[in-house]
Design a protein around this ligand. Structure first.
Ligand code: C2E
Ligand code: CA
Ligand code: CA
Length: 305
């Protein structure tokens, strides 16, 4: 079966070039596709505005990556005795004009433009460098760092080699490095993901499933991948302790994790009541504003004993 997506642009005064008109019709056609296909969309100047804005941002990100404007912020992770065990690396953009920007301002566009791989690798490099420095002091030697990975990077052909190369160059202990992946990302190509994860795990790198509980709830992959950690999504933590559904979901995740011998970490812990409830449910590791917001390295190092 065939269907058509049609983009239409009107011209009354003839002051546009052919290229411009075709571009507008093309943009409208993509809008029709995005609206579910088999439909018609007329050109609207706002479409063009949105596209120009995105292209500008892409250019800016490209420039920012070259001039190393993306910096790692660290958010503390604590165990159930209140001890600092490490941090998650969260990217921030130190923009020369717009100031400090959060991932909401750039991650999506970077993904679409194929720039997220570069960002992820820069964060990974930073993290490995930091781990290598920490290894030299007894107070910091046991800390680990979790780095977020995008699907685009995981499925790149030379992904495993790149990660191993970065590790080797930095001298970081692979056992201190954790890579965070989302479950939806794994399901794109499960056999491919398994092969890559196993290879890196053989070198000691650990893996965590981010936003656990929000994806397709296909549990088959948990068996097939020898993962290390489940990260309970903050949407469940937010409901604690009063919301019964959240409570039961977290309880189930903790039971599942314990039978598969996985560690559990809760993110988005904002208050003491949530912390107490999580501990009672069997959660072992915690991350959230209650213990500290994502912060620059210097600030993080002040938390150290
Ligand atoms: P995520 O990996 O799920 O990270 C957790 C987010 O929750 C972070 O937002 C963090 O600042 C925020 N958060 C932590 N504790 C709390 C809390 O107690 N309450 C609330 N309300 N929020 C909390 P952030 O830093 O804005 O990052 C957003 C997302 O951007 C991340 O979600 C991650 O998916 C993505 N991201 C960040 N850095 C990178 C990176 O280097 N590479 C890739 N691929 N993605 C990244
Ligand atoms: Ca994460
Ligand atoms: Ca998360």
């Amino acid at each position: 079966r065939s269907s058509a997506s049609i983009g239409v642009t009107l011209f009354n005064d003839g002051s546009y070039s052919i290229d411009e008109l075709m571009q507008r019709a093309d943009l409208s056609m993509y809008e029709a596709k995005a609206a579910g296909k088999h439909t018609v969309r007329f050109f609207d100047p706002r479409m063009q505005e949105a596209v120009s804005k995105r292209l500008n941002l892409e250019q800016e990100i490209r420039r920012g990556l070259l001039s190393e404007e993306f910096i790692p912020y660290l958010q503390p992770q604590l165990d159930d005795t209140g001890c600092l065990v490490g941090a998650e690396v969260l990217a921030r953009w130190q923009h020369p004009q717009r100031g400090l920007l959060s991932p909401a301002a750039f991650v999506e566009v970077a993904e679409h433009a194929g720039l997220i791989e570069t960002l992820d690798l820069q964060m990974l490099q930073n993290a490995c460098h930091q781990l290598a420095l920490w290894q030299q002091q007894s107070a910091t030697a046991s800390l680990s760092l979790s780095v977020n990975l995008s699907a685009r990077l995981l499925y790149q052909t030379n992904f495993v080699e790149r990660v191993l190369q970065i590790l080797k160059q930095s001298g970081a202990d692979p056992h201190r490095l954790k890579l965070e992946l989302t479950e939806t990302l794994l399901l794109d190509d499960l056999p491919g993901a398994i092969a890559r994860i196993c290879e890196l795990k053989a070198h000691g790198i650990r893996f965590s499933i981010d936003d656990f509980g929000t994806g397709y709830s296909s549990l088959a992959y948990l068996q097939q991948l020898s993962l290390d950690q489940l990260k309970i999504d903050q949407s469940f933590v937010r409901g604690l302790p009063s919301d019964k559904n959240s409570l039961e979901i977290i309880r189930s995740i903790c039971i599942l994790a314990s039978s598969l011998q996985l560690e559990v970490i809760a993110e988005g812990v904002e208050n003491h009541e949530q912390y107490i409830a999580l501990r009672e449910l069997g959660c072992q590791t915690f991350q959230g504003y209650l213990f500290g917001r994502p912060m620059p390295l210097i600030e993080f190092e002040h938390l150290l004993p």
